[in-house]
Ligand binder design. Structure first.
Ligand code: DGL
Length: 281
């Protein structure tokens, strides 16, 4: 009994875990949002790599160099878990990063399995960056989990831009968004789309405004949050302190509007304050 109390007290006194997120911009906030709901007492670092933006338009070598640079920077902050909150990065270099860095790394991959499961018509869409829709990893997900489905893939760098503009408070062109989604409108009976870029859940409202309410747009965010919580539990039991977590963000480019916007966005998402710092990487 005495020993049990001692263990319990030790657990309560354990410091929070530090969980870091990487994305090229505001996309990974859609993942952070869900993770915070499940792990409200841990500490979080969000890295918006605007210097490397957009990841989906980089060649493999450039992308790997960016990912190694930002991951190395986060490692110097003694992080416990790294979430690659980006489908482009995860479907290309997740295995590589896991090998390179000796901490648990959670990836975000296209929710094709979920989309295939939820689709009634078995006609599904995949909406990602031009890189993600073409990777061998994505093809394997289709082969493994969407065998019986007709799959319509759309790779769209301009939707990534639109999501950034929206969250940075700039105007967005609805007709340009509609043009990107046209292949889904054309596909007969398509009822489900796997959102395979973390930026795209930010545009759900616009997709609905454009008349796509008949499509179920599925995001991997909740699944990633559950996975991160499992990893956190395996790492060590999360503590139950009633203390708000520390939320910190780094941006790798000094974009004049970003500091306020990131803080605002995060406040909107997490309803807590956040420290934002520029870092040159
Ligand atoms: N949000 C990222 C993804 O999930 C990358 C978007 C980009 O920078 O091209 O793929």
């Amino acid at each position: 009994m005495h020993l049990k109390w001692k263990t319990l007290l030790a657990m309560l006194n354990k410091p929070a875990l530090t969980i870091a997120f990487i994305d090229s911009g505001v996309g990974g906030l859609t993942i952070l949002d869900e993770v915070v709901k499940l792990l409200p007492y841990e500490n979080f670092i969000y890295l918006a790599d605007y210097c490397g933006f957009p990841y989906g338009q980089k060649n493999q070598k450039e992308l790997l160099t960016r990912l190694e640079t930002v991951a190395q920077f986060l490692m110097s902050h003694k992080i416990d878990i790294l979430v690659i909150a980006c489908n482009t990065a995860s479907t290309t270099f997740l295995a590589h990063l896991r090998q390179q860095f000796g901490i648990p790394i959670v990836g975000v991959i296209p929710p094709i399995k979920l989309a295939a499961k939820l689709s009634k018509t078995k006609v599904i869409g995949i909406l990602g960056t031009s890189t993600t829709v073409k990777t061998a990893y994505t093809q394997k997900l289709i082969d493994d989990f969407a065998q019986g489905c007709q799959v319509v893939s759309v790779g769209s760098p301009s939707l990534v831009e639109a999501a950034e503009r929206k969250l940075q408070g700039l105007s967005i062109d609805l007709s340009a968004i509609a043009a990107q989604l046209e292949p889904f409108r054309q596909a007969k009976n398509l009822d489900t789309v796997a959102l395979s870029c973390t930026h795209f859940p930010h545009l759900i409202e616009e997709f609905r405004q454009l008349g796509f309410n008949y499509i179920n747009f599925v995001s991997p965010a909740e699944g990633v949050a559950r996975q991160t919580a499992l990893v956190a539990k395996a790492h060590r039991a999360t503590h139950s302190q009633d203390k708000p977590s520390v939320m910190k963000a780094f941006c790798t480019k000094n974009i004049s509007f970003t500091k306020e916007r990131v803080a605002e966005i995060t406040l909107f998402y997490e309803k807590r304050s956040m420290i934002v710092e520029w870092v040159s990487l």
